[in-house]
Structures are given as structure tokens and as C-alpha cells.
Design a protein around this ligand. Structure first.
Ligand code: FDP
Length: 337
């Protein structure tokens, strides 16, 4: 008998059942909304110039990044998918200065969603990997319009996190707190199908990812660790390392989930005043939850990312060192010494 495989929605329903959750269907519905946004984005990313979605706009986001056409389209698709079905009560996006509450009259749901709708968007125009990252938090009960304070929860309070990688194939990778599973988009039937069950990051690795052009700004701990990696067999780490840089966090983390590695965007002299480069609520925290759920580690260099107490700014930044557990620990030992 021909089989369709396990679709993302049937997987989520089944997982909720196993956890004994008295499923109202709302959480499943929310993840379905996110999935629909990601399918819409995947379709346009895949069409590229044929859909007239390449290139920049004249606007900048609150961090001063020039917004690409596809940044804004992806952002609209997330909002459109989330604001109509009564599963979500508010959103925070990389592309919006402030928290987005729902228009009057729209039903409010029990969840808050933060997202980077098109991570690594500078890759868009060169036909390289981009992705979407999202995190789900519980909404405060009985509050019509959640505020920035309601989003200021440490990563340990996330109820789900995921990313969708738009690469040679589109893949949704998701955790709801009991492991990590990967689904590949079958474009013929328009469904994400379970292809990578229970993803686990190897504990050891000899592959690292860091933007080396920032070397002169790094702290001594990172300088020393990378210098030792470059020394290979002759250095203190005693083995040859390989370096990769996709320039889209989604791509780096996906590679690490598939074959191990570490990804660093550490605090440095250039970004110290703002606290790092990557954003805590929609990049650091969701990726940290995925990495930890897959058996890896995710740290700032000075503590677990998911325990950073947010300051109320939806665009707060955080230093990131994440990936294979033993290698992250090695890097942390450089920080300690
Ligand atoms: P981008 O600015 O292109 O959206 O989200 C920030 C991010 O990409 C990450 O995805 C990526 O890992 C990093 O920035 C790339 O940084 P560099 O510009 O230093 O290469």
C-alpha cells in the first residue's frame, strides 16, 4: 500500500495526545497557522525573481537594517496567518518596531508568537539558504492586548520553538519540549512530512562557524579558542578543524542538527554596547531550545541563553555560542580561564 507518511499536523495532534494534554486543538491550530505562513514564504523564495521578490526596499527596521522586499512579504504572511484564527494574542517580529496586538474584533488566542520571518535575508538575492525562526509563549490570561512586558519571559518558558529552512528543499524543524523533529515539504501535495524524527546533535565535533572577519573585535577567550582550532593537530586541541559560514543562522543550526558543530556570534568590542548581534526573543531563545532539546548546549559565554532575563525590549540582543555539547563546554572553559 502506498503511504503519505506522517504529516506535520498529524504528528502534532499525536504528540499532544501522548502528553495527555486535553487538546482543545488551539495549539495544533497555532502551529498549523505558522506552517501555512512558512509554506507561503517557501513558495515565493522558491520562485525568486520570477515572483519579483528579490532586492531591497527603501525602509529600515528598528535595528537599522535595510529591509529586503522578501523581509516585508514574509512578515505580512506571518501576520496574515496568525491574526485571523483565534490561536494567537500578540506577535513580536524582527520587522516590526513594536509588539503587534490584534485588530479590534479579531478573536484572541492563548499564545504569543515571536518570529524572524526571513533570517539571513542578505542571502536572498544570491539564491542561498534563508529561513524563518519562531518561538511560542503562553499569553497572559484575560488580557485583550498583551504588551512588551508579556513577551519578556526567559527562554525556559517557551512552549514551542522552530525554524523553517528554505534551502534546496524546505524543512520545518520543531520542538514542543519533547525532542526535535524535522519535516520536509513535499511540494507535490503541499504538506510537511516527517523525515528526520528525533534529531540529535553529536556531542563532539571538529567543525565551527564564526564570521572570522570580526576577529579583531573578539574577546580573548574566543580569540584563543579559534586560534587553537586553526592550529589543528599541532595545537592544544589536538585535531584538525573545519570552518563553515552560511551567513544565515537557520542554515548553521540546521547543519549542526544534522552533523554536529558549533556556531558562534559572540559578544565583541563592536557589539558590546548593544549586548551582541543576534536577537534574544526570536533568534537566540528558539534556537537555544531546539539545540538543547536535541542534546546540545546553548550559552552566551557567561550563562545559559534560555536563562537570560529579558529587559522588555522585543529586539534585545544576546551573544550566542551553541551546538555540540562537549565543544560548547570546551569554549566555555576558555571563558572561565
Ligand atoms: P542577517 O543579518 O542576514 O539576517 O539574523 C542575523 C543574521 O543574518 C544571521 O542569520 C546570520 O548568522 C548573521 O546575521 C550573519 O552575520 P554576518 O553579517 O556577520 O555574516
Amino acid at each position: 500500500m502506498q503511504k503519505l507518511g506522517t504529516t506535520l499536523s498529524s504528528f502534532i495532534i499525536d504528540e499532544q495526545r501522548k502528553l495527555g494534554n486535553k487538546a482543545s486543538g488551539e495549539f495544533t491550530g497555532l502551529l498549523n497557522d505558522i506552517t501555512i505562513a512558512c509554506k507561503g514564504i517557501a513558495n515565493l523564495v522558491n520562485m525568486g525573481d520570477l515572483a519579483d521578490v528579490l532586492g531591497a526596499t527603501e525602509s529600515e527596521n528598528s535595528m537599522g537594517d535595510v529591509q529586503k522586499k522578501m523581509d516585508l512579504i514574509a512578515n505580512d504572511l506571518f501576520i496574515d496567518a496568525l491574526e485571523n484564527n483565534g490561536h494567537c494574542a500578540g506577535m513580536a517580529s524582527e520587522e516590526l518596531d513594536e509588539i503587534l496586538t490584534l485588530p479590534d474584533g479579531k478573536p484572541r488566542g492563548s499564545y504569543l508568537v515571536t518570529f524572524d520571518p526571513l533570517d539571513g535575508s542578505s542571502n536572498m538575492d544570491i539564491n542561498m539558504d534563508v529561513g524563518a525562526i519562531f518561538s511560542v509563549l503562553k499569553a497572559p490570561k484575560g488580557k485583550e492586548n498583551p504588551t512588551a512586558e508579556d513577551f519578556a519571559k526567559p527562554g525556559t518558558e517557551q512552549v514551542a520553538a522552530g525554524y523553517c529552512l528554505y534551502g534546496p528543499s524546505s524543512m520545518m524543524v520543531l520542538t514542543t519540549g519533547s525532542g526535535v523533529n524535522g519535516f520536509t515539504l513535499c511540494t507535490s501535495i503541499g504538506e510537511f512530512i516527517l523525515t528526520h524524527p528525533d534529531m540529535k546533535i553529536p556531542e563532539d565535533t571538529s567543525e565551527y562557524a564564526i564570521n572570522s572577519s570580526n576577529q579583531r573585535f573578539w574577546e580573548p577567550a574566543v580569540q584563543e579558542y579559534i586560534a587553537d582550532c586553526i592550529q589543528g593537530e599541532e595545537g592544544k586541541l589536538g585535531k584538525r578543524y573545519n570552518m563553515r559560514w552560511v551567513a544565515a543562522m537557520v542554515g548553521e543550526i540546521h547543519r549542526i542538527l544534522c552533523r554536529g558543530g558549533v556556531f558562534l556570534y559572540p559578544i565583541d568590542e563592536r557589539n558590546r554596547d548593544v549586548g551582541g548581534k543576534l536577537r534574544l526573543l526570536y533568534e537566540g531563545n528558539p534556537m537555544a531550545m531546539i539545540v538543547e532539546q536535541a542534546g546540545g548546549a546553548a550559552d552566551t559565554g557567561y550563562g545559559r541563553i534560555m536563562e537570560v532575563q529579558p529587559n522588555g525590549d522585543p529586539h534585545q540582543r544576546v551573544p550566542v555560542i551553541m551546538g555540540s555539547k562537549n565543544e560548547v563546554e570546551k569554549i566555555l572553559s576558555y571563558h572561565k580561564s
